[in-house]
Design a protein around this ligand. Structure first.
Ligand code: IDP
Ligand code: MG
Length: 153
C-alpha cells in the first residue's frame, strides 16, 4: 500500500495541536505505521528542502522547521499521498479551504502547521530521510477491512 511522510511542524507542536492533527488522519482511516517526536537539524532541513534552495523564503523555512520539535508520521493507505495533501490544504492558512488542516488551524503566510509529501517519489525520499526502516511497522488494525478497499490491498 502507498505511504507518505507527514509531520506536525514546530508551530503545530508549540500551539498544542499535535493530537488534533493526528486525529484527522486517524479519523480518515489512514494507518499510522511510524511516528516520533524529533528535532530537525540544519543538515536534515537542507536535505529535505533542497528543491527550494535559492528561493527568497529558503532561509526562513530552515529557521522555521528547525525552531523546535516536530512530530513525524508515516501514513499508509490507498492513494495516501494525494489524500494527505488534500487534507493539508493549500500551502498557507490564509488561502487554505475551511475543512483542511491548514485552513482550520492557521491564518499565517509562513507558519503552516504540517508537511506532506507531494508525490509518491517525494514520499519515498522523505520517509528515508526521517525514518529508519525498523521504525516503520508492518501491521493491520482490527477493522482495517472496512477502511481499505479489498481489491487494492
Ligand atoms: P507545500 O508545503 O504546500 O508543499 P512548498 O511550496 O513545497 O509548499 O513549500 C515548502 C514549504 O516552504 C511550505 O510548506 C512553507 O513552510 C514554506 N514556504 C513556501 N513558500 C513560502 C513563502 O512564500 N514564504 C514563506 N514560506 C514559504
Ligand atoms: Mg512541497
Amino acid at each position: 500500500m502507498e505511504r507518505t511522510l507527514v509531520f506536525v511542524k514546530p508551530d503545530g507542536v508549540q500551539r498544542r495541536l499535535i493530537g488534533r492533527i493526528v486525529a484527522r488522519f486517524e479519523d480518515k482511516g489512514l494507518r499510522i505505521v511510524g511516528m516520533k517526536m524529533m528535532r530537525v537539524d540544519a543538515a536534515l532541513a537542507e536535505r529535505h528542502y533542497a528543491e527550494h534552495k535559492g528561493k527568497p523564503f529558503y532561509a526562513g523555512l530552515l529557521k522555521f522547521v528547525t525552531a523546535g520539535p516536530i512530530v513525524a508520521m508515516v501514513l499508509e493507505g490507498n492513494d495516501v499521498v494525494r489524500i494527505a495533501r488534500q487534507m493539508l490544504g493549500k500551502t498557507f492558512g490564509l488561502e487554505a479551504e475551511p475543512g483542511t488542516i491548514r485552513g482550520d488551524f492557521g491564518a499565517a503566510r509562513t507558519y503552516n502547521l504540517v508537511h506532506g509529501s507531494d508525490s509518491p517519489e517525494s514520499a519515498r525520499r522523505e520517509i528515508a530521510l526521517y525514518f529508519r526502516p525498523e521504525e516503520i511497522l508492518d501491521y493491520a488494525r482490527s477493522g482495517d477491512e472496512w477502511n481499505f478497499d479489498a481489491a487494492k490491498e
